[in-house]
Structures are given as C-alpha cells and as structure tokens.
Design a protein around this ligand. Structure first.
Ligand SMILES: Cc1cc2nc3c(=O)[nH]c(=O)nc-3n(C[C@H](O)[C@H](O)[C@H](O)COP(=O)(O)OP(=O)(O)OC[C@H]3O[C@@H](n4cnc5c(N)ncnc54)[C@H](O)[C@@H]3O)c2cc1C
Length: 373
C-alpha cells in the first residue's frame, strides 16, 4: 500500500465516494480510507435532487441511477384524508424535472463500483484512521492497523462522529429537535409510482415516497416520543388510523425510529483540512437533503483544492456552511408543518396559500434544493 499521497479522503460513505469519483476525474493522486469492510446496507436516504443528478452526470453514473431509481414528479398534499393540492417538480428550471428516489445502499454500491473503475486502487476498506498529526505542512494519518499515510490535503467525510473534525479541534453546535418519527419500507400498493404523498393530520404528519424496486417509504410523526411498541405492525396500524389506508406490515423490509438533530461544525475548513457531508453538518431528514448536501460539498471542495489558495478554502468553508444552515432552516420548516395541529381551518388556509398561489413555485424550488449549490 502506497503511504504518500496528495489527498486523503477519510470516510467512504456517499460523500467520500462521490468526492473520490470527482478527484479521479481530475487525475489527482488520492487515497480513500474507510473503516468498514463493505458499504452500508441500510436504505436510509432515498431522495436524490436535481443539483446532485448533475454531479452523477459528470461522473458518468446518471444512466445507471435512472435505471434503478424512481422519478418523483409530483408531491400530493392532503389535510387529514382530503386532497388539497400538489407540488409539480416537472417545471423546475434548475435541473432534471423530478426528484429521483433510490435506497442509499444501492446508490453507495453504484458509487463504489464507479470509483473502482475510475481509480482502481484508491479505495482502501477496513482501515480506520485513529490519529492525525500535522507536521511540516503534511498530515500524517495513523490507521488502526498500524499504517501511517502522509498527505498534503485531508478531506474528512467520516460522518457525524468525525475523527478528522474532533482531532483538528473544530468545535460545533448541536441540539435535538423535540419531534420523533418512525419510518419503514413496505411493498408499494398505492398505485402511482411518480407521486410522493404528504398528509398533514391532527395527530401529526404521515408521508410516503415510492423508491427502488416496488418499495414505498412511510414516515410517521409520533409526537414527542417514539412508538412504545417498536414494530412495523404498530407503524402500519397508526398510518391506517390517520389516513384510512395502510401498508402491508408483513412486507416491511426496514423499520426504524429517530429523533432529528441539528449539528453544525463551527468551520468547514482549517488549513488544508476540509470537512464535507455529515462530518460538517447534520440536518433533519425531513425534507431529505443531508446526503445531497454532502455531494454538493464535495463538488465545492474539488474547486477549492484545485485553486489551492487560502481565499478559495475560506470561500469553501463560508459558502458551504451558509448553504447547510439554509438547508437546516428549510428542514425545520418542514418539521413545523408536520407537527400535530389543533386548528383545521388555519392549517387549510396556510396549505392552500402554499399550494395555490405563486408561493408554490418557491415551494417546488425549496423541495428540489434550489439555492444550495
Ligand atoms: C433515517 C434517515 C433518513 C435520511 N433520509 C435522507 C434523504 O432522503 N435524503 C438525504 O439527502 N439525506 C437523508 N439522510 C441523511 C443521510 O443518510 C446522511 O446525510 C448521509 O449518509 C451522510 O453521508 P456521509 O458520507 O457524509 O456520512 P456517513 O454516511 O456517515 O459515512 C461516513 C463514512 O465514514 C466512515 N468512517 C467513520 N469514521 C472513520 C474513521 N475514523 N476512519 C475511516 N473511516 C471512517 C464510515 O465507515 C462511513 O462509511 C437520512 C438520514 C437518516 C438517519
């Protein structure tokens, strides 16, 4: 294994794999280290937005992605069980006219395959970085297996509990939101595979998105605590109680409960060390933009490294943090809309204004990550 490179990417989740592909296209000398021996098999993130699809185009993966993904062209909003309007993604001007959905595990495996084609020896799995020291303008990374790798640049794509961030002393702000959610993937019996469904209910949000091979992701706001009974039967039954239709609990392939978190590193870069993806920011999954933010960070990081100036690095840190904060505020708005409501009349009025006035164009831009790259 070569122990001196220009760039080390720490972390081979979606952010690191995309960033690796972008480095490979430039012909840069880099290594990507990941502690896991294979990519994650969890379907967690499913939304791939128009600005990210442009990056997939650049790395030559868009056809494969379109082949396996589902195109969401419309978001249909309901209040309780009544349909009250739609958001149309087919007329957006800043990219392909849809949001693509695909399980994160499949997206990661496509990215990994592409990276191995573009730069066959760059990805080294099963190598956890445990220490990082800066000396003579070079970073020295020690792995758990006793290998030391020296590089000019470090890009920390190592997720929420980033060793790169912690080791370099970058502070952060973090807090949990009061909301709890339960979600699951079930066989899709709802019909239109190009529609996302959103239900604003007295007891809280229900939403569903078709994805991958005939699956549908269901998300339920469970109030200020998780479901007491942690199983897909309870989730399906609660969905049925709120919207009058329920998924087949027996077909569940993934079930989980979560409480969203806000997390923001104080800076996204120091010297020749850059943070990208969840290592720099975590936004609520309601709105589904966290993974996409990481990819867009990667594209901006490539530009900063290419320019190699302090100004370019500062610009990277400032603009990407600004966009991450903007995405966090958008997700907070989505969460606020999905909380249990007491006034049916007020909820109808607000939703009507959002979906049936020119504001709806703003909504479709926000849901497709306009203004974040
Ligand atoms: C329930 C849920 C639903 C979500 N839905 C969406 C959605 O619809 N759309 C969206 O955009 N986002 C969504 N997200 C967010 C998305 O999953 C994350 O933002 C995304 O996985 C972040 O990718 P990452 O590569 O930055 O970090 P991670 O996926 O956390 O990857 C980090 C990688 O670094 C490696 N690593 C860590 N430490 C070390 C070390 N010391 N040495 C070497 N390797 C290391 C890990 O093994 C891992 O492979 C969702 C998240 C959740 C929890």
């Amino acid at each position: 294994m070569k122990t001196s490179h220009s760039i080390a990417i720490i972390g081979g989740g979606p952010t690191g794999l995309m960033f690796g592909c972008l480095c490979a296209l430039r012909g840069w000398d880099f290594v990507l280290l990941d502690k896991r021996v294979s990519h994650s098999t969890h379907s967690r993130s499913i939304g791939i937005h128009p600005p990210s699809l442009r990056l997939f185009e650049q790395i030559g993966l868009r056809p494969a992605l379109l082949d396996q993904g589902t195109r969401i062209e419309t978001g249909v909003a309901h209040i309780e069980r009544e349909r009250c309007g739609t958001i149309d993604f087919t007329r957006i001007a800043h990219g392909p006219p849809y949001i693509l959905t695909l399980a994160q595990s499949i997206t990661e495996s496509l990215l990994e395959k592409r990276l191995r084609e573009l730069a066959p020896d760059s990805l080294v799995r099963g190598q956890a970085v445990k220490e990082m020291v800066k000396n003579n303008n070079r970073y020295h990374l020690k792995t758990e297996r006793g290998v030391t790798i020296s590089v000019d640049w470090v890009v920390g794509c190592d997720g929420r509990h980033s060793l790169v961030r912690n080791n370099s002393g970058i502070a952060h702000r973090a807090h949990r939101y009061p909301d709890h959610y339960c979600m699951g993937d079930f066989a899709d019996h709802m019909g239109n595979r190009n529609e996302a469904l959103v239900y604003l209910c007295r007891d809280g949000l229900v939403e569903s998105f078709p994805h991958s091979a005939n699956l549908r992701r269901w998300v339920l706001h469970t109030g200020d605590r998780p479901l007491a009974t942690e199983d897909p039967y309870t989730l399906a039954e609660q969905i049925g109680r709120r919207i009058g239709r329920q998924p087949d609990a027996q077909s569940c392939t993934m079930f989980s409960q979560f409480q969203p978190e806000f997390f923001m590193a104080d800076t996204f870069a120091t010297g020749r060390l850059l943070l990208a993806g969840d290592a720099a920011h975590t936004v609520s999954p309601i709105g589904g933009q966290g993974m996409n933010l990481g990819w867009l960070d990667g594209a901006a990081a490539v530009q900063a490294i290419h320019e190699e100036t302090n100004l370019a690095i500062r610009r990277y840190a400032n603009t990407r943090k600004k966009f991450a904060c903007r995405a966090a505020r958008r997700a907070e708005f989505n969460m606020a809309m999905g909380r249990p409501f007491t006034s049916l009349r007020r909820t109808k009025l607000v939703t009507y204004c959002m979906l049936n006035t020119p504001i709806k164009h703003l909504m479709s831009r926000r849901f497709t990550m306009h203004g974040l790259s």
